[in-house]
Design a protein around this ligand. Structure first.
Ligand code: GLA
Length: 383
């Protein structure tokens, strides 16, 4: 049993005087490649990581919900009838998921329990999606709902979009719902068709947290979405997913003359979708070198054309690329701060982590967190 698994059972047992009836786990994620493509109906290839929310609970026979977070020692308490929005806090994610499930016509039962997480908040590893999926998994279990990962991911996204008010795409919820141990998940964000792709033997995925966070990420994110919509309109399609690299070559200079900034945004999305497809083939062929090259190209495109990187992210990626055994590195998640990700030879990963940590600390005067991560399963009932 992992530490958190033991801790959440112990805390539940202390609070309720008996062991939990159910324990659920829902992981955070790191995206290997395919950034800002999800809300363009495009392709992404994240993996679910070995950092997760754990929730130990027992059903109630009324419609009350009580969840105590061991991280902040606060309890979210509400009844399933007459949900009201409260002030911004983690409890709104719990309530938002209950709301979205009920909006979809599900009849929910109440439950009570304790929650713990080691997904860092605001680091770009999708702590919100992991929390949403843990709650959805718990409701599905106590209310005897079928667990369809894609359908549940959509409802968790609805909670985040419409209850919490963050206009995210579907990637984070899909991977937290449907991840598979040892694999990345290639997701078509239009159809939600997904396939697990094994990580090449002898490679490690390393997460490099820059220890920087940027508050204005929401407004920049929404601005990028609007710019992508403008580009889709220029090409006469419903989403940039429908524009091929050949279409971009044919009409790119026309768009560039019309609006140079929109052109750069579109160029990133269109080429990134192609990189995700090629990366899937690269992983399938066990070709870590090729996948690494595509990750490097993704970073350059995010930095120069989509313009969502930062000095800290660029420094981290640059330092990672200097190390022996690194196949490729890029920023991951929405950007402006948070984490980078690197694909590294497994036998060199520990030395890589150590060297990048030392060099980054020296150069940026910030203490990064570097984790060699394992790809894990998506949201599941553990007992
Ligand atoms: C955030 C959003 C995702 C996705 C990424 C960028 O993580 O929640 O939906 O858009 O940014 O790829």
């Amino acid at each position: 049993m992992t530490d958190l698994h033991t801790q959440v059972i112990t805390a539940f047992t202390e609070q309720y005087g008996e062991p939990p009836a159910v324990v659920v786990r829902a992981p955070g994620r790191v995206n290997l490649i395919g950034e800002h493509t999800d809300y363009n109906d495009g392709f992404v290839m994240p993996l679910a990581i070995d950092r997760a929310f754990w929730l130990a609970l027992r059903p109630r026979d009324d419609n009350h919900v009580s969840v105590r977070s061991l991280n902040v020692n606060e309890t979210a308490l509400f009844t399933l009838t007459g949900l009201h929005k409260g002030s911004e806090s983690w409890g709104e994610y719990v309530k938002g998921v209950a709301w979205a499930l009920q909006e979809a016509g599900h009849t929910l039962s109440g439950f009570e329990g304790v929650l713990i997480s080691d997904v860092p908040m605001g680091a770009g590893l999708s702590s919100s999606a992991a929390l949403e999926l843990a709650i959805a998994r718990a409701f599905a279990e106590v209310s005897k709902l079928d667990w369809n990962p894609a359908a549940m991911a959509l409802l968790a996204q609805k909670a985040e979009n419409e209850w919490v008010g963050m206009n995210c795409g579907i990637m984070d919820q899909m991977i937290s719902a449907a991840g598979q141990a040892g694999h990345a998940l290639f997701i078509d964000c239009r159809s939600l068709a997904h396939e697990s792709v094994p990580l090449p033997r002898g490679t490690a995925v390393v997460i490099l947290d820059t220890a920087t966070r940027r508050g204005l990420v929401d407004s920049a994110y929404n601005e990028r979405r609007t710019q992508c919509e403008a580009a889709a309109e220029f090409f006469g399609v419903s989403a940039l997913r429908d524009v091929s690299v050949a279409d971009l070559e044919a009409r790119g200079s026309e768009l560039e003359t019309y609006d140079p900034l929109i052109y750069r945004r579109a160029k990133h999305i269109i080429t990134e979708n192609e990189r995700v497809r090629q990366s899937k083939n690269g992983l399938r062929a066990g070709d870590a070198r090729r996948v690494g090259q595509l990750m490097d190209a993704s970073h350059v495109s995010l930095r120069d054309d989509f313009q969502v990187s930062s000095e800290a992210l660029d420094t981290m990626v640059w330092l990672a690329r200097q190390q022996d055994g690194c196949w490729g590195a890029r920023m991951t998640g929405a950007g402006f701060g948070g984490c980078a990700v690197a694909l590294v030879q497994a036998d060199k990963a520990a030395k890589f982590a150590d060297k990048v940590t030392r060099m980054y600390t020296k150069q940026m005067e910030l203490e990064p967190a570097v984790y060699i991560c394992e790809a894990t399963d998506g949201a599941a009932v553990i007992i």
